[in-house]
Design a protein around this ligand. Structure first.
Ligand code: ZN
Length: 197
């Protein structure tokens, strides 16, 4: 089998990123090759440094440089409520509303049986270990998709026997959209209008 050329390798690497098709990948690859070498060096170094220093928080699975992360360490945040998000971008979106003062948990995905993603592929077990007597509410703030809803219902079934109330952020965030693209007012309203699952 022929070994891919350096350009093909670069295009292939870009094309594996979310939202980047073959065309954009090709454009990015040629952009990098025609830019100053320092840009490639900066990008390569930034990637390696981030990969080396950023870890999953051992409590909430947020990506962080310090462990536990700043949200888990902050003594001023409330312990009784945990907001469950599917991605770090979701966490950032909720945090940007300034309306939530509890703790977070990042699942790194949602249930999607068709894609082979079950509870074991998500950071559910870490969440379960956090559900002690101090926690009385779980706010499910997954993206408003079929999978996001199914994940909420799954969590509800899981938490009901433990006496933890499970709520879902209100609609208002359009179905099929990502939380990170909802404006802060809409998301803040969705948070305050959350309902029991
Ligand atoms: Zn954390």
């Amino acid at each position: 089998m022929d070994r891919a050329s350096p350009i093909e390798r670069l295009v292939h690497a870009f094309s594996r990123m979310p939202g980047i098709g073959e065309k954009t990948a090709t454009r990015l690859a040629f952009f990098m090759l025609q830019s100053k070498a320092s840009l490639s060096e900066e990008l390569a170094e930034a990637l390696l440094e981030a990969r080396e220093k950023i870890r999953l928080c051992s409590v909430c699975c947020n990506l962080t440089e310090m462990n536990p992360c700043r949200f888990c360490q902050d003594p001023k945040r409330e312990d009784h409520v945990i907001c469950v998000v599917e991605s770090v971008q979701g966490l950032r979106a909720v945090e940007a509303t300034g309306e939530f003062r509890g703790r977070y948990h990042v699942l790194h995905g949602v249930l999607s049986p068709l894609d082979g993603i079950g509870p074991e592929q998500l950071h559910m077990s870490e969440l379960l270990t956090r559900l002690n007597a101090d926690v009385d509410e779980l706010i499910v703030a997954t993206n408003p998709s079929v999978e996001g809803e199914a994940t909420g219902l799954y969590l509800q079934r899981l938490c009901e026997p433990l006496g933890v109330r499970v709520t879902r952020i209100a609609s208002g965030v359009p179905i099929g959209s990502d939380l990170e693209y909802a404006d802060q007012v809409t998301l803040a309203r969705a948070l305050s209008g959350r309902r029991d699952l």
